[in-house]
Ligand binder design. Structure first.
Ligand code: GTP
Ligand code: MG
Length: 138
């Protein structure tokens, strides 16, 4: 089965939405096989989002991701990467389908409540960034 890396972002943890978001994942059939709450430094956020280093919003993104705790999780299931992105909805909440996490909870295109890996290679890299093999409990 497939695994993907999910982050519940600072705008969501601050508004006490962790449980509501995890409920959406679980209702979709995804299983939480690793989970921890951490507070990233701006440097750690920058390392995680290094692929976006040239984008105009990179500084803002790193500052936001370090502004409050996040919950990082590994989600497992059939087609977990695509399924998670479907449950998250479009990056910009204005474009997100009704019922998706971003449609219901995101504040803006930047403060959009969740991150999810976008491909098998990035999922593997992102899971290894946050978790050791021992922490993944299927
Ligand atoms: P992630 O799952 O977080 O990677 O979202 P995504 O794959 O839907 O979007 P993308 O990888 O293109 O962008 C990564 C993140 O950068 C987004 O989730 C937003 O938090 C942020 N971001 C994207 N576009 C903008 C923007 O125009 N302005 C700001 N401030 N942030 C943006
Ligand atoms: Mg992305």
């Amino acid at each position: 089965v497939e695994r993907t890396l999910s982050i519940i972002k600072p705008d969501a943890t601050e508004r006490n939405l962790t449980g509501a978001i995890v409920a959406k994942f679980e209702e979709s059939g995804l299983r939480v096989v690793a989970s921890k709450r951490i507070h990233l430094t701006p440097a750690q956020a920058g390392q995680f989002y290094a692929v976006h280093a040239e984008r105009p919003f990179y500084g803002e993104l790193c500052e936001f991701m370090a502004s409050a705790p996040v919950v990082v999780q590994v989600l497992e299931g059939e087609g977990a990467i695509a399924k998670n992105r479907e449950v998250m909805g479009a990056t910009n909440p204005a474009d997100a389908a009704p019922g998706t996490i971003r449609a219901e909870f995101a504040k803006s295109v930047g403060e959009n409540s969740v991150h999810g890996s976008d491909a098998p290679e990035t999922a593997a890299e992102e899971i290894a960034f946050f978790f050791s093999g021992l922490e993944l409990v299927g």
